[in-house]
Write a protein that binds this ligand. Structure first.
Ligand code: PEP
Ligand code: MN
Length: 338
């Protein structure tokens, strides 16, 4: 950490800051310039509350120079993490993945027909929620475990992997036989107890960015899973809430290169929740791949307009076919493939 003192800072104020740094277990190197004093702190600064120093008399600003997350940071695995699944599917390497399916599992016919079309388009994962975090308690809440049974069967029939959302700790155990990848939804990104439990299992986790979360908060959330020893974490940019109302959320495409720089974890783009609009999903999917994402997750349904949840952002299967053709071209252009 670096503490830059104000030009007019007194010796007493400087000493008080040095004392506070030492008390926090940080070694202090002082540089007294012609105008200003700079204090460089080395040691276990990750746990130091910088805000405490910012409000001390005589302080101009305080910067963190090492990242507050250790295991999620690029330094920990400079070569990048590749998450391996059954069927030879990997996320984070040269191969890109398409995860597609309905927002919610509704019935047998819907999930089997979706699986057939996702496989036909070249997808590797079937997505579908069985436990749905809905804004209204009166909205469809999902089929629960019977829905997951259907999805597993449909996925097996078509050689697909399964990704589905887990909303609470008690669902982890019963979901284990049915999913290949546990999704943590945006609303639970900072459910730290759930994240800790997912750190103890040995199955990959797809961690979606919170609706109002900074990139740093998303990386710190992933750290909760990693510290348990579960290193198979995939991040997901799914749009954040801003003052813009033209789209459901504002898809932060720049988060993709930022995460790639700061972290070794793979990241996928979710243009369905990122835009909330079927007519804009393809553009943001293409942008995600061009920006360096490791894959895309989209909502698709054979009868998209009638989907029980998120109908307006759900693609028709023909649109998924067309999108995959476009994504293959873009992937090739950036040295990857679907
Ligand atoms: C979903 O994937 O259907 C979902 C609810 O996503 P999010 O958590 O990003 O809103
Ligand atoms: Mn959805």
């Amino acid at each position: 950490m670096i503490v830059a003192m104000l030009e007019k800072a007194t010796e007493e104020e400087i000493d008080a800051v040095i004392d506070a740094m030492v008390e926090a277990g940080v070694g202090v190197h002082r540089t007294t310039g012609q105008m200003q004093t700079i204090l460089a702190g080395v040691g276990p600064t990750a746990s130091v509350d910088l805000a405490k120093f910012e409000v001390m008399p005589g302080v101009m600003h305080v910067h963190r120079i090492s990242s507050p997350y250790k295991l999620a940071g690029r330094n920990w695995r400079p070569e990048g993490t590749v998450v391996k699944f059954r069927n030879g599917v990997t996320v984070g390497g040269k191969q890109m993945v398409m995860m597609a399916g309905p927002c919610s599992i509704e019935d047998r016919e819907q999930i089997f027909e979706t699986a057939r079309r996702v496989k036909g388009a070249g997808g590797s994962f079937l997505r579908g929620g069985a436990f749905k975090p809905r804004s209204s308690p009166y909205a469809f809440q999902g089929l629960g475990i019977p829905g997951l049974e259907l999805m597993r069967e449909a996925a097996e029939a078509h050689g697909l992997l399964v990704v589905s959302e887990v909303m609470e700790i008690s669902q982890i155990e019963p979901m284990l036989p049915f999913v290949d990848l546990f999704q943590v939804g945006a609303r639970n990104m900072q459910n730290f107890n759930l994240l800790r439990e997912l750190g103890l299992i040995r199955k990959p986790v797809l961690l979606k960015r919170g609706i109002a979360a900074t990139i740093e908060e998303m990386l710190l959330a992933s750290e909760y899973i990693l510290t348990g020893g579960n290193y198979d974490v995939i991040l997901c940019e799914r749009g954040i809430r801003t003052y813009e109302t033209a789209t459901r959320n504002t898809m932060d495409i720049s988060a993709i290169p930022v995460v790639k720089k700061l972290s070794h974890l793979p990241i996928v783009g979710d243009p369905s929740h990122g835009t909330g609009r079927r007519d804009m999903v393809a553009a943001m999917a293409r942008a995600s791949v061009a920006a360096g994402a490791d894959g895309v997750i989209v909502e698709v349904h054979p009868n998209a307009d009638k989907a029980a949840s998120d109908a307006a952002q759900t693609l028709y299967p023909d649109q998924l076919d067309q999108l995959m053709g476009e994504l293959r071209l873009i992937a090739n252009a950036v040295g990857r493939s679907f």
